[in-house]
Design a protein around this ligand. Structure first.
Ligand code: BJW
Length: 240
């Protein structure tokens, strides 16, 4: 922790990659954990264009449940600590795989949403968008153009938004420190961002080991909401 804090103190550019574990202390399930979404649902039915084409109502039921859960959830101490980390660092980018908007609600500024978000739905035909304040009524999936409204997220087999991906690649490539928080690092291309440059000091915050752990200079086996506030405190004590 001391060495990571020292690296952060002298870093010009910090890149943070977050996943579902970041929001675990906000009461939101991860995907692949014991209580994760994938234990109860089949991935290919819910997070793929093919599954949506087959059964859009089931897909929307799942997303509507999640939209309601996200609205009830609050950013946790980990999200808030990241906003504090932003202050002393000249450049910090948060690339999140999460679609829950909790980094933005915590007040982080420079956020790249790699897998999209659930603030709006997009028509598969004409790309028209509608806000998703309370989810989408199952009877309003069909759009007048003949397309269907779908969540503004990235499913398996789909490309990540090009401008978001480019910015994430650039930020990861110029980072002095890369923090990988709460992701199993099983999903690509997002996971590859952590290994984007061989110059950066890489730290992982995750209670469990991942495929990236062996590449990290520092691993902190604690929940994000514990480790990140502790990291901010360590950093502050080094400034005194
Ligand atoms: C805690 C904690 C606490 C718990 N504190 N930590 C290369 C190799 C192999 C396959 C591929 C490859 N490149 C591409 C692929 C295919 C595929 C892929 O990666 N498949 C693998 C699964 C095998 N990738 C894609 O299809 C991507 N698209 C693509 O590559 O397109 C190419 C293309 C180019 C041009 C044209 C067309 C196509 C798209 C991937 C989209 C993923 N989408 C989802 C759904 C998003 C919307 C939604 O949320 O519904 O994204 S799937 C799901 O997984 C979601 C997540 O963002 C993503 C990652 O999961 P995450 O966040 O890591 O969660 P978990 O549950 O896996 O892990 C949680 C972690 O937290 C665990 O480690 C815990 O220990 C930890 N934890 N409590 C800290 N308190």
């Amino acid at each position: 922790m001391q060495e990571l804090a020292r690296r952060l103190r002298t870093a010009h550019s910090v890149f943070v990659l977050t996943g579902a574990g970041m929001s675990a202390e906000s009461g939101l399930p991860t995907f692949r954990g014991v209580d994760g979404y994938w234990q109860k649902h089949r991935v290919e039915e819910l997070a793929s264009p093919q599954g949506f084409a087959r059964d859009p109502k089931t897909v929307w039921r799942w997303y509507n449940e999640r939209i309601h859960a996200y609205k009830r959830a609050e950013p946790n101490a980990g999200h808030r600590a990241l906003t504090e980390l932003e202050e002393p660092v000249p450049e910090m980018t948060i690339a999140t795989q999460n679609v829950d908007s909790l980094h933005a609600r915590a007040g982080s500024k420079n956020i790249l949403e790699l897998h999209g978000h659930l603030r709006e739905a997009r028509c598969t035909g004409c790309a028209a968008t509608v806000p998703l304040d309370n989810g989408l009524d199952e009877n309003q999936i069909e759009h007048e153009c003949g397309g269907r409204f779908r969540p503004q997220v990235v499913w398996f087999g789909e490309a990540l938004p090009r401008h978001v991906w480019r910015k994430a690649e650039d930020a990861a490539a110029r980072a002095d420190v890369i923090l990988v928080i709460g992701t199993s690092a099983q999903v690509y291309p997002a996971a590859a961002l952590a290994l984007q440059n061989d110059r950066a000091y890489i730290a992982e915050i995750n209670p469990d080991a991942t495929g990236l752990s062996a590449h990290c200079h520092c691993v902190i086996r604690e929940p994000a909401a514990v480790a990140l506030p502790a990291l901010v405190k360590t950093l502050q004590s080094q400034y005194r």
